[in-house]
Design a protein around this ligand. Structure first.
Ligand SMILES: [Ca+2]
Ligand SMILES: [Ca+2]
Length: 1013
């Protein structure tokens, strides 16, 4: 029965596959094996790295099955490539083979040849010529060795006589050279036999010298430090006395050096990715894709700053874990497994998948049952033996590393500590884990014949410090790398060649005057220079400031509304760490800034500054209103009659100082209106109202985007004088303080172009757009101009650092649609308006002018946040913030001094109703469900989709998971900058607010109302 079925199958398939013996084997799938050199497992975008671009590998991952816990089985040499490739090709561990020559062992390509395959090789072979000649029948651009200058690879071909040709120098970049050879083979293949094509790239192995555009792209957007970055490994893991990999950068490793080397490493990978794309395209073009198994893997990982290391000579995850993707007929698409696998499993896996016998003695397992769903694991643990100096074993949660030479043991809980940062070995409750894992390690040793004696107890290692140790570049490093990483003074790395430097950094501890102008509800597209094509309202003064300074195009407020954004700007801490999870501080609300919280004003005062706040506060005060009299203060709508009870209560409260305002939060002086469209309708100077409110506003002032809420007002209070009066006061302060020897900080939160849209006569109709808002915006711009003039005329412009920004986007209710109908788009290219978690809610104009430091007319495209003003100020003053201040603040000084690299890896900005948006590089995750896509969050790539039009959350589950985890950390740590963890004031809910709950409607309605208390 079995026999006849087989015969029937053969007969049915024969006409499709051609005739004769060749036809018999042509039914077997081809194998295209793409093998990278020194590529860490975490360098594929689709596998959750938002900082690297690997579009072709992403596509391959989407079309195939990814092994996410795939390892190299250690090695017996510092040149890890040699044993790794030997184990791959033989399917055996390094204990049982001659890794250098592969003498006497059946190799994967040899075995495939015997099963009717034609074998073709290009690229790196590090196990000697005789073994290559056994493995391959065809070959072009073959490189024998470990490494070379990528632009001068010494290569050889397999001649028609079966011998290798003389060495010649490749004329292209290594990856292109090997891709060319593979493509040439694919195009010329006659299809008579199935092929095994092995493309062994030398990238991203050093020298890390990708073609210039590839590294420039990453210099502009430097990858972040690895989470487990250390300046040095503090002990000798057995490789600290030599080893060329570690010599590629000075000790201690610096952030600049590591991030530059990462940029260069990522550049090599992105370039390699492009060549992979070309090969896959050729496979498709030639009609062979359908019947080809594609394997993508790398021989070993690399440290690149992790644990203070640069090499792969260690058994940490970053160095032993490698990518493995398999795609092809019968293999599920876009799926992955966390089951443990090894590179040496590939040999038996291919035998199993192709349907050929596996040679005796293979030590790996077939991985086919994993993608078929027949097994969820092929082993329960992973053993990583490295020479005679390191041994590691891991299970699904715990990892034990032994350093037998120094008796040191490390224990990591990979579940809570995937980056292997905290050694738990000396904790009392770890003893059981250590015992169990040592036993497991001995079982592995017995299985492979490893006789190395393991330590049984941890001996604290001796401290090692390699600072200043001499290093020599090897012959393959190109001139610019020698210059950059070897000629620079020890411990420093020269600047990346592509980063422009326009001016020297400020002197340590300089004391410029600081002016922060914060517009209110000014949209990203409302400022001409931000929206030259779709902005129709002249803003010559704001444009002039930008022309004299730096215009940031990716600057954000903490929220889409007033109070929360102001909180973050003044404290350098996200507002959502406070009670204000949604909405704004309500009418006559309590102070949002805690009395002991450091503000930018408090910091400046500590350094001898005179500090002033002139404008709208909206961060609460201790108004001293007795609970039972609150109704007499917060009246709402309409124009009721004023009673004696009203007047008496107002007299009582407004005749006393009002505590908890600006002068209690670091400002020496204050003048302004608390919130111009809310009561009390009067000016406040320092902690006193100017006059005692005794009337209600006339009804006419509560319409047409004027005042919003009825309440106590001065008799005859007018809304139009508010803005010009603030301008007068600011100019007066500047002129007064310019004469003093003391530096000053002026925080000027404008009341405009927020409502009341109280345009003065001189500006009425100026915009020609027939609406109050554009006229009011022009009036606002003129006030900014007056303040800039005052700085100029006082002779202090050269020593004054000016920030100009807005607390949130344009309010849609000021007539946004009518403006858009006339060609003015208040949010520019962005989606949404004030209040939104969309970019239009919180991406705002953000300009910095600092003559002599900031290059005039420069544009900064890096992610920045208003919370950054705090750390910037500290940096300028040459001081360090304490752990409990500016927890979410990153210094802008590198950007101001002309560096072009990310200063922050992430930023959070929320909707007024609380919903959080998390940025990480170009990615933005919104914690709100997308009902159409049925995802619980939305994900946008702002590089490609600035208008947030199509969520890619469904397609990027791993990135979504990584960003959710990041949000969890930012919340749990109480900070997003390095430093001691801090407590949030309340339980943070901004990442849960988008999730529907029974009480959601009520909560939304509450958040929409100005929340009173
Ligand atoms: Ca390697
Ligand atoms: Ca606002």
């Amino acid at each position: 029965m079995k026999h006849s079925l087989l015969t029937l199958t053969a007969v049915l398939l024969a006409p499709l596959a051609g005739a004769g013996a060749a036809g018999q084997s042509a039914r077997k799938p081809n194998v295209l094996f793409l093998f990278a050199d020194d590529q860490r497992a975490d360098t594929i975008a689709a596998h959750g790295n938002p900082h690297i671009k690997t579009p072709n590998l992403d596509r391959l991952a989407g079309a195939g099955f990814s092994f996410r816990s795939n390892y190299c089985f250690g090695g017996n040499s510092g040149a890890v490539c040699v044993p790794s490739r030997a184990m791959l090709m033989s399917g055996k561990t390094w204990f049982h083979i001659d890794t250098v020559s592969l003498k006497g062992v059946k190799l994967l390509p040899e075995h495939l040849q015997e099963s009717g395959y034609v074998t073709f090789g290009t690229g790196k072979w590090h196990n000697g010529e005789p073994s290559w000649l056994r493995a391959f029948q065809r070959g072009r651009n073959v490189f024998f060795g470990g490494m070379s200058d990528h632009t001068k690879v010494p290569v050889r071909d397999l001649g028609p006589d079966g011998k290798l040709t003389q060495v010649r120098t490749g004329e292209k970049f290594s990856s292109e050279l090997f891709a060319d050879a593979a493509i040439e083979f694919l195009r010329s293949h006659d299809g008579k036999k199935p092929f095994f094509v092995y493309v062994a790239f030398t990238a991203p192995h050093d020298p890390r010298m990708p073609p210039l555009p590839y590294r420039e792209a990453y210099y502009r957007n430097l990858p972040p430090l690895p989470a487990n970055f250390l300046p040095q490994l503090p002990f000798d893991n057995g490789m600290m006395r030599g080893g060329r990999d570690e010599n590629l950068g000075a000790w201690p490793r610096t952030e600049t050096m590591i991030r530059d080397q990462l940029a260069e490493y990522y550049g090599l990978i992105t370039h390699l990715d492009g060549e992979v794309g070309r090969i896959l395209a050729a496979l498709k073009e030639t009609g062979q894709a359908e019947n080809t198994i594609i394997i993508y893997a790398a021989d070993n990982g690399l440290a690149l700053g992790s644990h203070g290391l640069l090499g792969k000579q260690n058994v940490f995850e970053h160095s032993m874990r490698v990518p493995l993707i398999v795609a092809g007929p019968g293999i599920p698409q876009g799926k992955s497994t966390q089951a443990f696998s090894y590179l040496l499993d590939i040999f038996p896996t291919l035998c199993d998948t192709i349907g050929i016998r596996r040679p005796a003695g293979l030590e790996g397992e077939s991985l086919r049952p994993l993608w078929e769903g027949k097994k969820d694991r092929v082993r329960d643990s992973v053993f990583l033996p490295f020479i005679q100096i390191q041994r590691a074993v891991r299970d699904h949660r715990w990892k034990l590393i032994c350093y037998p030479k120094i008796g040191h043991i490390q224990l990591f809980d990979l579940q809570s500590d995937p980056d292997e940062r905290t050694n738990l070995v000396d904790r009392p409750d770890s003893a059981e884990h250590v015992r169990r894992l040592l036993k497991l390690m001995r079982q592995w040793q017995a299985k492979v014949g490893d006789t190395l004696k393991l330590p049984t107890e941890n001996k604290p290692p001796e401290k090692v410090d390699l600072t200043g140790r001499q290093r020599e570049p090897d012959q393959w490093q190109p001139e610019w790398i020698r210059k950059k990483y070897f000629d620079a003074p020890q411990g420093q790395s020269a600047a990346p060649p592509a980063a422009p430097h326009v001016a020297g950094p400020p002197k340590a501890a300089s004391t410029p005057n600081i002016v922060v102008i914060l517009a209110d509800d000014l949209g990203y597209g409302d400022v001409q220079c931000y929206n030259p094509h779709r902005g129709k309202i002249p803003t010559p003064n704001m444009d002039r400031l930008a022309a004299e300074g730096m215009r940031c195009t990716d600057g954000h407020s903490s929220s889409g509304v007033c109070s929360p954004s102001r909180y973050a700007l003044l404290t350098g801490r996200y507002h959502w760490r406070t009670r204000l999870q949604a909405g704004i501080v309500g009418v006559f609300g309590d102070p949002l800034i805690a009395p002991d919280r450091l503000t930018i004003a408090g910091l400046a005062k500590q350094h001898g500054y005179r500090t002033a706040c002139i404008g709208k506060w909206h961060l609460g005060r201790d108004w001293g209103i007795p609970q039972e009299k609150r109704a007499l203060f917060h009246i709402g709508q309409g124009s009721p009659a004023v009673t004696d009870a009203h007047r008496a209560a107002w007299q009582e409260v407004f005749s006393k100082p009002i505590a908890g305002g600006p002068t209690a939060r670091g400002f020496d002086e204050y003048f302004g209106t608390d919130v111009p469209n809310w009561p009390p309708y009067c000016f406040i100077e320092n902690d006193r109202t100017i006059g005692i409110p005794s009337e209600f506003l006339p009804a006419a002032l509560l319409r047409d985007n004027q005042a919003s809420l009825q309440g106590p007002a001065l008799k005859g209070w007018k809304l139009e004088p508010i803005l010009p009066t603030l301008g007068d006061r600011a100019c007066d302060f500047i002129a007064r303080r310019a004469k003093a020897k003391q530096p000053f900080l002026l925080y000027m939160p404008l009341t405009s172009p927020h409502t009341p849209l109280a345009v003065n006569d001189a500006w009425k109709g100026k915009s020609g757009l027939g609406l109050a808002y554009p006229d009011f915006l022009m009036e606002t711009d003129a006030v900014v101009g007056r303040v800039l003039d005052a700085i100029e005329q006082s002779g202090i412009a050269g020593n004054t650092l000016v920030f100009f920004t807005s607390d949130n986007g344009c309010a849609p209710y000021i007539g946004a649609k009518a403006l858009e109908a006339q060609g003015h788009f208040p949010s520019g290219p962005l989606r949404g308006y004030k209040g939104d978690v969309w970019e239009g809610g919180h991406r705002v104009p953000f300009v910095v002018r600092w003559p002599g430091v900031v290059k005039p007319g420069s544009v900064c495209r890096q992610l920045v946040h208003q919370a950054d003003v705090m750390a910037t100020l500290a940096d300028v003053l040459g001081t360090k913030l304490p752990d409990n201040a500016g927890e979410d603040s990153f210094s802008l000084v590198p950007l101001l001094t002309g560096e072009d690299r990310p200063i922050r890896q992430h930023a959070v900005s929320c909707a007024s109703r609380g919903v959080a948006g998390l940025r990480k590089g170009p990615w933005k995750l919104i914690f709100e469900p997308d009902p159409l896509a049925k995802t619980d969050v939305r994900l946008y790539n702002l590089d490609d989709d600035i208008g947030e039009t199509s969520s890619v959350a469904a397609a990027r589950p791993e990135l979504v998971a990584a960003m959710k985890a990041l949000m969890g950390h930012l919340i749990a740590d109480g900070r997003s900058t390095p430093g001691a963890a801090q407590k949030n004031d309340v339980e943070v809910r901004i990442h849960k607010m988008g999730t529907p709950t029974p009480g959601k409607k009520a909560a939304r309605a509450k958040a929409k109302r100005p929340p009173g208390k």
